[in-house]
Design a protein around this ligand. Structure first.
Ligand SMILES: Cc1cc2nc3c(=O)[nH]c(=O)nc-3n(C[C@H](O)[C@H](O)[C@H](O)COP(=O)(O)O)c2cc1C
Length: 233
């Protein structure tokens, strides 16, 4: 059910899947091809260099060009570059130790990957009071900003990974980042270059879109059958 070379994977949670051939991934030859083959690089494999100023500006501009009902701009960003990533990682390490001492189970991975990243963009979802635009739609728009940022970084030839993990939910980290009441960390997007010695990038299982899609016609038939069942009652 995809015309791209792939292997089918056994179903999981009742959803069948496939993986594209590794050589096809992140093919930037045209936009649709890229969207169909894009693949994140895990942050453990992301190291310097990151984008230069001009490329970063283009990526950030793309992040802001997203659907946004009511033009509310319900998101903002915090940029960490080079040694700023190191300083944030130092804070995370301090907090990680504190949580561990308090008996809270937290992974060290966010610390390590932040330390080695050349660029981390924190995307913050913020909700603007509005009589017609619900919070839900504003959170979705922030998700779209995250995805555009990720896509733009990948399209510019960089390795990128959308992360959250415990730092996105820890009150001390949020305070450190100046995240205010009602705001949420939607993403820490790590951007850089894939380690030269990383194993070949392989795909991750993807669902077949048809398995997740119902045509309106089928729905109408289903409703009719239900109505029919009700007739005899
Ligand atoms: C909101 C959100 C939070 C995520 N947080 C993490 C995370 O903390 N760590 C992680 O390894 N992957 C995380 N992921 C998953 C990766 O970003 C990525 O989607 C996944 O590894 C699959 O790669 P793909 O982008 O090639 O589909 C998160 C994804 C989303 C949407």
């Amino acid at each position: 059910m995809t015309d791209l070379p792939h292997k089918t994977i056994a179903s999981k949670h009742g959803v069948r899947g496939f993986e594209l051939e590794p050589g096809l991934l992140n093919d930037c030859s045209d936009i649709l091809r890229f969207l169909r083959t894009r693949r994140s690089v895990m942050s453990m494999e992301i190291v310097p260099p990151g984008p230069d100023e001009a490329t970063l500006a283009s990526i950030m501009e793309a992040a802001c060009r997203v659907p946004d009902h009511g033009k509310l701009t319900p998101w903002r960003f915090i940029l960490m570059r080079g040694e700023e990533c190191g300083r944030f990682a130092e804070f995370l390490r301090w907090r990680w130790r504190q949580l561990k001492e308090d008996g809270v189970e937290v992974l060290e991975r966010p610390v390590v990957v932040t330390e080695q990243a050349p660029l981390v963009v924190t995307v913050i979802s913020r909700v603007v009071e509005h009589p017609k635009i619900p919070e839900w739609e504003q959170r979705l728009s922030a998700g779209a900003a995250c995805q555009n940022l990720l896509l733009a970084a990948q399209a510019a030839g960089f390795a990128a990974h959308w992360r959250t993990g415990w730092p996105a939910y820890d009150p001390e980290v949020l305070r450190h980042l100046g995240v205010e009441d009602g705001e949420r960390v939607a993403a820490f997007i790590h951007i850089g270059t894939r380690k030269a010695d990383a194993p070949m990038l392989t795909d991750r299982r993807r669902p077949f879109w048809r398995d997740l899609t119902t045509s309106y016609g089928e729905l109408a038939a289903h409703n009719k059958a239900d109505d029919g069942a009700g007739d005899g009652a």
